[in-house]
Design a protein around this ligand. Structure first.
Ligand code: KG4
Ligand code: ZN
Length: 376
């Protein structure tokens, strides 16, 4: 089965041609990051207007790069949520219209589920991809697929969730953020530090510039929320804000510990040290909780999903901590961690295989969650 998939939930317009839910024939992404950079974040009205301009050229490019025509496409998939309503509307309506015009089956895809299914995609630069014999190619399990039961850490611009996945399509929420999502914290802290948008890669790069032979003068707070699998990043974000403001403007009476620490530096604050201290705090909490959850569930594989899964410090720390426990960490290559349409095609395949289809009356769901079942 060959799927044309469309992603338009935020500021990236993506189209991809995916075979058997795993093989990427093409994966085209038009990013608006340089447009939103000057505003320090995504401006929804600007994003949807650019989605409209980009959609058809991106779809055409995806077909061209895959060297296929419409006759080679068996189904169309598009994200229907969560995300920005105006942006979602462009890709979803475009996908439905193409399906109607071509007489093809259509399915709406949950963007968060798609981030998880990015782990089923084969790397495009892999030397060999083991494809089962043709009669089995649309089978549920391929060699090298993630092995159930799984634990997934879903960390994106708006979500931070620990999810138990006993089998395909079944999700149990273990814990989630009580305030900011991990990616949101990266983006907000980067803005405060003057590092630009998107914040995750900017902080990672700034942190890499610090001199590792020197002890980091900053030690930032971690919210452990013991006894739960939940996260909280707003206290950490506020600590960075106080440090930067203290360094720039000094600290008055009753100022917080971090404002006083910043003021003591009198404008001489090291951005690489601070970026590294922030990244360490986020990674420490995400990794510690994920390792404990993996042990308590008894899984042998953990999946990273979402834009923050691109973070090298997090990947390294989790790989290191899980290996001695005999648990594998799996994560998609960076281009498949951030928003893309290949992952939409991967998730769509598993639903289409079960005979699921969406009606052309399917509407956007900006606040869509993973379809959680009650924990057992
Ligand atoms: O999944 P995604 O591309 O979009 C959403 O669905 O939200 O995630 C975007 C988030 C942004 O907050 C961005 O700063 C973060 O992922 N991100 C990173 C890195 N690359 C992207 N965070 C930390 N380290 C990175 N290398
Ligand atoms: Zn995303």
């Amino acid at each position: 089965m060959r799927i044309l998939a469309i992603e338009s939930s935020c500021d990236e317009t993506g189209a991809a041609v995916i075979e058997h839910g795993r093989i990427i024939r093409s994966n085209v992404v038009a990013s608006q990051a340089s447009i939103h950079e000057r505003y320090g974040g995504v401006v929804p009205e600007v994003a949807s207007r650019h989605q409209l301009d980009a959609l058809i050229p991106v779809v055409e490019a995806a077909l061209r790069e895959a060297s296929v025509t419409w006759d080679d496409i068996d189904a169309i998939a598009a994200t229907y949520g969560p995300g920005l309503a105006g942006s979602l509307l462009v890709g979803l309506t475009g996908g439905k219209a193409l399906a109607l015009a071509r007489g093809l089956p259509f399915i709406g895809v949950n963007h968060l589920e798609a981030h998880i299914y990015a782990n089923w995609l084969r790397s495009q630069d892999a030397d060999t991809i083991t494809i089962p014999a043709s009669e089995d190619a649309d089978e549920d399990e391929w060699p090298g697929d993630p092995r159930f039961p799984l634990l997934a850490l879903v960390i994106s611009g708006a979500h931070s969730e620990l999810v138990s996945i006993p089998h395909h399509g079944h999700y149990e929420l273990l814990g989630q953020t009580r305030d900011d999502a991990a990616g949101e914290a990266f983006d907000k802290v980067a803005r405060v530090m003057g590092l630009g948008y998107p914040g995750g890669p900017a902080i990672q790069q700034a942190a890499a510039r610090r001199d590792p032979s020197r002890k980091n003068p900053f030690r930032l707070p971690r919210a452990w929320l013991n006894g739960t699998w939940d996260f909280s990043f707003s206290g950490l974000k506020t600590a960075v804000l106080h440090l930067v403001e203290g360094a720039q403007h000094g600290a008055g009476d009753g100022a917080s510990r971090y404002a006083r620490e910043g003021a003591a530096l009198a404008g001489d604050l090291s951005i690489p040290d601070l970026a590294a201290a922030f990244q360490d705090a986020v990674v420490d909490v995400l990794a510690t909780k994920t390792v404990r959850a993996a042990q308590s569930l008894g899984v042998t594989q953990v999946l990273l999903a979402g834009g923050v899964a691109a973070n090298v410090a997090l990947r390294e720390r989790l790989t290191r901590d899980l290996a001695p426990l005999g648990i594998d960490l799996r994560f998609p290559p960076v281009v498949l961690c951030t928003d893309n349409a290949a992952m939409i095609g991967a998730a769509a395949w598993f639903h289409l295989r079960l005979g699921e289809r969406s009606g052309l009356d399917l509407d956007v769901r900006p606040n869509l969650q993973l379809p959680f079942a009650a924990a057992q």
